[in-house]
Every structure is written in C-alpha cells, then in structure tokens.
Write a protein that binds this ligand. Sequence first.
Ligand code: NAP
Length: 341
Amino acid sequence: MRSDVNRCWRLASRPVGLLKDSDFTFSEEPIPEPKADGDILVRTLYLSVDPTQRIWLARDSYMPAVPIGDVVRAGGVGKVVRSNSPDFAPGDLVQGLLGWQDYALLTAGKRELLPASKLPPGIPPELALSVFGVTGLTAYFGLLHIGRVKEGETVVVSGAAGATGMMVGQIAKAKGCRAIGIAGGPEKCAWITGELGFDTAIDYRSEDVAARLRELCPSGIDVYFDNVGGAILDAALAELAMRGRVVLCGAIGDYTESEQPPGPKNYINLLMRRGRMEGFIVTDFLGQVNEAISDLAGWVSSGKIKNRVDVQEGLEKAPATLNRLFTSANTGKQLLKVADP
Ligand SMILES: NC(=O)c1ccc[n+]([C@@H]2O[C@H](COP(=O)([O-])OP(=O)(O)OC[C@H]3O[C@@H](n4cnc5c(N)ncnc54)[C@H](OP(=O)(O)O)[C@@H]3O)[C@@H](O)[C@H]2O)c1
C-alpha cells in the first residue's frame, strides 16, 4: 500500500438493499494539507462501523444524507500527523468523523457535526470506539435516561449480541435487573448468557419470540430496548408491563428496505398499560458524557462489563464490512482497522 496517497471511498449513487462496491468510487487522491488555523491532518487507524451509516448514505435523517460525490461519513480513531492547532500535537490519538479514507483533514474548534476530540490517556482505540464510544454511551443513556430502569425490573433487549445490545444487558445486570436478550443463532445466545451474564436468551431465528416473551415475562416487560423494530417490537409491545417503557434506539431490520414497514399493531398496549415509547439519539446527551464514562469505567474495572470487538482489516473492505451488520455476521462491536496505531 502506498503511503503518499489518500485512498477514499466516495458515494457514487444512493444504495438499494445491501451495499455494492459500485455504489462508490474508490480512488487515490493527494493527501490534504493543513492550511488554515485549527486544521489537523489525521491518519485513520480504526473506523467505527455503525448501522446509521447505511441511513446516512440513503437519506436525510437526524443528520443530512452524505452528498453524492462526498467521502463516506464514518466515525473513527486516528493519529494526528500534522497540526495547525495549539490543542493537538503530532502523535495525539483523536476520534471524530474521519470518513472512509486514509487521511482526514479536520478543523479543531470548527462546529462540525461531531468535533474531533483527544482520546483519554491509556484508552486504546478498540475500547474508545466500543464501551466508551457511541454504542456504549447509547446503551447507557437509552437504558438509564430514556428507559429509567430500576432495580428488580425485567429488561428485554433485541440485537443483544451486537455492540449496543451487549452493553444494555450488562448495564441492566449491573443495576440489579433481570436481562433477557434476543439474538440470532445459538452461538450468540450462548455467548450472552454464558459470558455476559444475561439471565436468558431468545433465538429469534429458531424460536417463537412472542410465545417465549409471554412465558418468560409473566408480569410483563418493564423496559424493552429496541434495536431492530418490526415483528420483534410488536411482540414486545404485546407483553408490556403496566407503566412499561419502550426505548426506541434503532430499527436495523428496516434500514436496507426501500418501503416503510407497517406500524406495530400492538401499540394500543401503550394506552392500556399506561406505557411510554420514546426515541433518542445519543448525541442528545453529549453534555453528560463524563457521568457515563465514569460509571462505565467502574463497571469495566470491576468485571461487570465485558467487551468484544469484531475487527475486519483493510480500507478496501469498507462496504463489505458495513454489510456485515445487516447480514448478522458481526458479534460485538464491528470495527475496521485501516492502519497500525
Ligand atoms: N439512537 C442512537 O443514538 C443509536 C446509536 C447507536 C446505535 N443505534 C442503533 O442501535 C442498533 C444496534 O446498532 P449497533 O451499532 O450496536 O449494531 P450491532 O447490533 O452490533 O449490529 C447489528 C446486529 O443487528 C442484528 N440484525 C441485523 N438485521 C436484523 C434483522 N433484520 N432483524 C433482527 N436483527 C437484525 C444482527 O444480529 P443478529 O445476529 O442477532 O441478527 C447484527 O449483528 C441499530 O438499530 C442502530 O441504528 C442507535
């Protein structure tokens, strides 16, 4: 691989279904030069691979869609190579929206969608992008601030063997709750109960989720943390406890579909059982990140939270690696390693 060029994936057309390499151009460009005050040049080391990137490629959402011709937007961790900012020095590890490219030119202090920040000392990139990154924080704020979970309650989470779901179940256990995870396949189900300490797993590929929830939650579900949407959301709504909460975190089952899914038919239980269903975006809680990091760090050091990263290698694999989330190929947090730290 040449080190004097910047390889970039640029969006060529809006994707339909799973990504194809032909939805993008993959080209070699000159490495950008920091010119303005505040500019920093960052060598990409790891890219975070997130379902939301598939939404960003398709349409406007809580962020504008990636414009056709732009470098694909993605968070990541990189090393500062050159700096025109007094806040960053060459060698610093930083995280920010680096994009699917070898080198990113960021402007420190500029009001970007997510400004670049230094990694806390001693935190390796894999941990910064998982437990202490978007997915760990999403699980934390979703379960505690939106779900307002209390000790002794029953928490059900879908996508339970993924980056966010694995954290939700472990935080629920750390808070003294019962945790039931819904995941695809016997290996993932065995991992979340055997390694992560979930009380029970439901394999949605081989089991009747509605019947299992009815059997496992005779007093109802206090908090359902939804990562997938569709029929599983509907099955959880049917078993909602009195004053139960549904945390709308994501609906990965719908992201590659061109048609909007039908609405959940059991929504009326929110009325009958005085429930609440609330969506959120993790960036709503940027001002409270220190609180979350401190709790998460405590649970990691006491062994209450275990981490798992699923690392693919090579920038040329970026579209294929994003597809892994939609074909259930990943377990734990999906990352793409672009260069050695
Ligand atoms: N609101 C926010 O701020 C926020 C922030 C981060 C993430 N999220 C959302 O959280 C969810 C999880 O994201 P993540 O980054 O942690 O990804 P992830 O769970 O690590 O990976 C995706 C997993 O989703 C499952 N899946 C894929 N298609 C499915 C389908 N049709 N039905 C059921 N399960 C399916 C697969 O696991 P199985 O093997 O179990 O099928 C896959 O491994 C996504 O919906 C994402 O958009 C929201």
